[in-house]
Design a protein around this ligand. Structure first.
Ligand code: AKG
Ligand code: FE2
Length: 517
C-alpha cells in the first residue's frame, strides 16, 4: 500500500498493469484461435448435416456418408468436446492475485482521490477541466468518463467530503447527459448505466436528499429516471411510510471538517502556493555572487538569491550536478517509506494526510556525494555540520504535499540536549517540478519553485536561539510531475561562532505567529 504517496510506488503499479495486459491479451488471442478452429469445424458439420437432413434417404444410402456420420458421432464430437473444455480452461483468468503482483489498497484509492481534490482546491482548478485532463490550461491526459467521475464522487462521499462529492457527481451527471445525447444523435445504442450503477445512483441521490443537498439529488434522480423511469418512486416525498430503522441508519451526515483547512492561515498558504503573492517589490533583496565562508569560493562564487533577510531565507543556485542527484536518488529508492509526522509527546509516528510523500534516511558518510553536500553547505553558510540528522531524501507524487509546519521541535524531549534544536534547514532540490510543488512560507509571502540542483536555506531559530515562528513553511501539492528533495537539518550546538547571539533577545517579532490553528 501507500502507492499514491510517491512516484516510485506508482511505477510498480504500471508494471502490474503491463503484466496483466500482456497476460490477458495472449489469453484472448489463444481463445480466439481456438474459437476460430471450433467455428470452422462446427460449420462444416452443420453443412454436412443440413445436406443429410434435406434428403435423408439419398444421404444414408451412400456408404461414404454412413461412414462419415459414424465417425462424426464416434470421434469428431468428442474432439469438439475436448476443444470446448480446453477453451473453458483457457477462459480461467485469475490474474488479480496470482503472480505476486502489487495492487493498490482501499487506502491508496482514497489517497489518490484525496490528492485530486486537494489539487483542485489548492490551485482552484475547474472540475470540468480536470475531468477533461487539463491542468492550468495544459492538456495532459485523456478525459475522465462519466463513470470515473461518478466513482470519484462516491469515493468522496464515503470519505465524508461532501462539498467535493457534490462537484464531482454533478460533473459526472453532466458528462452522462452529454454522452447519452451524443450517442442518441449518432443512432448508436445508448450505453447507459447498468442496473447496479442505477442502484448506486439512486441510493446516493437519496442520501444527498436527506442531507439537504437537493440540487445534486435532483440532478442524479433526473439521470436515473432518464434511463429507468420506473425507479425513484416516493422517496422524494420524504419517505413517509418507510421509516424503518435501517433506512435512517444509512443516511450519512457530515462530520465536522478539519478547522485548520478552513482557517485564514490555510487560505493564505494556498494563495502563496498558487503564486498569488504580494507584488510589492522588496528593494533590499538581491541576487548576487557570494564568497560564502571559504577562500575557494573566491574562484567559484556562490550564486545567492535572497528571499528574505529577517528571517534569513535564501537560495544557493547550482549546488549539485545532475550526476550526483541521480546517485542520491538511486541510493534512496530502495529505502523509501511513507513519511510520518512527529507525534505529540508519547504518541507514535503517524502516517497522515498532512504529509503525503515517501522518504529515506541516508548517512552522509556512506557516500562522497553526501559528504560533499555537507562541505558545500558549510562553505556557503559558515555553519558547523557536526550535528546534522541523516540526509532525508523525500519524493512527492502528484497531489503529494506537506502542510504548513515548523522544522524546529517545540518539545525539547524531541532532540538530544547535546545537539540542540534544528537551527537551520537546507533543502536540496533533486528535481524540477512541472507545476505546483513550491516550498511556501505563508507568513513571508514566499513561494520557492523547486529547481534541480538549487539549495533553499533558512534559519529556524532567532539568534537568541528562540524559535522563529515566522518560518512556518510547507511543500505545496505537486500538480504535475514528481518532486524530489534532500533535507539537511543542522542543529544549534557548535554554532556559537558561526552565528553569535546578540546582546538582546530578538524573538518578540515572531511571537504573534506562534498560534497553532
Ligand atoms: O517539500 C518541501 O518543499 C518542504 C519540505 C519540508 O518542509 C520538510 O520536509 O520539512
Ligand atoms: Fe519543513
Amino acid at each position: 500500500s501507500d502507492y499514491f504517496s510517491s512516484i516510485t510506488g506508482l511505477e510498480e503499479l504500471l508494471h502490474t498493469e503491463e503484466y496483466l495486459t500482456k497476460e490477458l491479451r495472449s489469453k484472448v488471442n489463444g481463445i480466439r484461435t481456438l474459437l476460430e478452429q471450433l467455428e470452422g469445424e462446427l460449420s462444416s458439420i452443420e453443412k454436412e448435416h443440413t445436406m443429410a437432413a434435406g434428403d435423408t434417404e439419398n444421404y444414408l444410402t451412400n456408404p461414404v456418408n454412413v461412414y462419415r456420420l459414424m465417425k462424426r458421432l464416434h470421434t469428431d464430437w468428442f474432439l469438439m468436446e475436448g476443444r470446448v473444455q480446453l477453451m473453458a480452461e483457457e477462459m480461467n483468468f485469475n490474474a488479480t492475485r496470482e503472480y505476486g503482483l502489487s495492487f493498490p489498497s482501499q487506502e491508496d484509492v482514497e489517497g489518490a482521490a484525496l490528492a485530486l481534490v486537494r489539487l483542485q482546491s489548492t490551485y482552484k482548478l475547474d472540475v470540468a477541466q480536470v475531468a477533461a485532463g487539463i491542468l492550468n490550461g495544459v492538456k495532459y491526459g485523456s478525459d475522465m468518463s462519466w463513470q470515473d467521475c461518478f466513482e470519484l464522487g462516491q469515493q468522496l462521499f464515503e470519505m465524508e467530503d461532501y462539498n467535493n462529492t457534490k462537484v464531482w457527481l454533478r460533473e459526472s451527471m453532466e458528462r452522462l447527459r452529454r454522452h447519452s445525447s451524443h450517442a442518441h444523435t449518432h443512432s448508436t445504442p445508448t450505453s447507459g448505466p447498468d442496473a447496479v450503477t442505477l442502484n448506486k445512483m439512486e441510493a446516493t441521490a437519496k442520501s444527498l436528499f436527506q442531507m439537504g443537498d437537493f440540487d445534486t439529488a435532483y440532478e442524479l434522480s433526473q439521470r436515473v429516471l432518464q434511463f429507468d423511469p420506473k425507479r425513484i418512486r416516493n422517496w422524494h416525498l420524504g419517505d413517509k411510510g418507510t421509516t424503518h430503522q435501517e433506512e435512517i441508519d444509512d443516511v450519512y451526515l457530515p462530520k465536522h471538517s478539519d478547522t485548520y483547512n478552513l482557517s485564514q492561515e490555510f487560505a493564505q498558504y494556498e494563495k502563496v502556493c498558487r503564486g498569488e503573492v504580494n507584488p510589492v517589490p522588496r528593494k533590499e533583496l538581491r541576487c548576487r555572487y557570494s564568497r560564502g565562508h571559504h577562500p575557494y569560493r573566491l574562484l567559484a562564487p556562490l550564486k545567492l538569491e535572497e528571499h528574505s533577510l529577517d528571517p534569513y531565507v535564501v537560495t544557493f543556485h547550482d549546488m549539485l550536478s545532475g550526476r550526483k542527484i541521480s546517485q542520491l536518488r538511486e541510493m534512496a529508492v530502495p529505502r523509501m517509506r511513507r513519511s510520518t509526522v512527529n507525534p505529540l509527546p508519547g504518541g507514535q509516528h503517524k502516517k497522515s494526510s498532512f504529509r503525503v510523500s515517501k522518504n529515506a534516511w541516508l548517512e552522509y558518510e556512506s557516500h562522497a556525494t553526501m559528504v560533499g553536500m555537507l562541505r558545500d553547505l558549510k562553505d556557503a553558510t559558515g555553519l558547523d555540520t557536526t550535528f546534522c540528522e541523516q540526509l532525508q531524501v523525500a519524493n512527492y507524487g502528484v497531489g503529494g504535499h506537506y502542510e504548513p509546519h515548523w522544522d524546529f521541535f517545540r518539545d525539547p524531549s524531541h532532540y538530544p540536549a547535546e545537539e540542540g534544536n534544528r537551527i537551520a534547514t537546507a533543502i536540496f532540490y533533486l528535481s524540477d517540478v512541472e507545476q505546483g510543488g513550491a516550498t511556501a512560507f505563508p507568513f513571508l509571502d514566499i513561494a520557492v519553485k523547486p529547481e534541480m540542483g538549487n539549495v533553499l536555506f533558512w534559519y529556524n531559530l532567532h539568534r537568541s536561539l528562540d524559535m522563529d515562528y515566522r518560518t512556518k513553511h510547507a511543500g505545496c501539492p505537486v500538480l504535475k510531475g514528481s518532486k524530489w528533495i534532500g533535507n539537511v537539518w543542522i542543529h544549534e550546538v557548535t554554532q556559537t561562532f558561526a552565528r553569535p547571539c546578540d546582546v538582546f533577545r530578538d524573538h518578540e517579532v515572531s511571537l504573534e505567529y506562534e498560534i497553532i490553528k
